[in-house]
Design a protein around this ligand. Structure first.
Ligand SMILES: [Zn+2]
Length: 175
């Protein structure tokens, strides 16, 4: 299958959130072969929200200028052929749907979550002074929880950048 990707693997940095032991599944290893090995980083830090913020500070903001796109993927994701549209879709922040065990997760066509997402230099430029980039939220009465992805997406949208979602990815034990 010949698909035109929206990014160049050679100028894309991939961060795999690999707590607690850096191990990844065969499906992930296969998918990562799209990218040069030197562009793939394992982020093995406890607390995924802090890990995502650390990755922003150390691996995204400090990336050399030749790196144009960034991919975040959690170690329990299981990318496959149906994930390819995620790399082909236009957008500044692009997510990919995956099973979460909750029926309303993907109700909005543009909502994204950090199990698998990508963003470009425009996002980095707009958000460079906006730490913490990833932050869980609660409703005013404290009864409703919002995952860290919502705060990131809101910052991107507030900057006037395009958010999209495409493709499908497996997710261990949630299918
Ligand atoms: Zn989320």
């Amino acid at each position: 299958m010949e698909v035109e990707l929206a990014l160049h693997p050679a100028t894309t940095r991939v961060m795999v959130f690999a707590w607690p032991d850096r191990s990844i599944a065969w499906e992930m290893a296969e998918w990562l072969r799209i990218f040069p090995p030197d562009n793939c980083y394992s982020v093995c830090r406890k607390d995924v929200v802090a890990a995502r913020n650390w990755a922003m500070r150390e691996l995204v903001l400090k990336a050399p200028a030749r790196i144009q796109d960034f991919v975040f993927v959690d170690r329990d994701m299981r990318p496959g052929p149906r994930t390819l549209p995620f790399l082909a879709a236009e957008g500044d922040l692009v997510g990919c749907a995956y099973p979460t065990g909750r029926p309303d997760t993907w109700a909005s066509p543009t909502v994204v979550h950090a199990g698998l997402l990508r963003f470009n230099r425009k996002v980095v430029e707009a958000l460079k002074d906006k730490a913490p980039w990833w932050q869980v939220t609660y409703s005013p009465d404290g009864c409703e929880f919002g995952c860290e992805c919502g705060s990131f997406q809101k910052k991107v949208e507030a900057a006037g950048l395009a958010v999209a979602r495409a493709g499908w990815c497996g997710h261990r034990e949630k299918e």
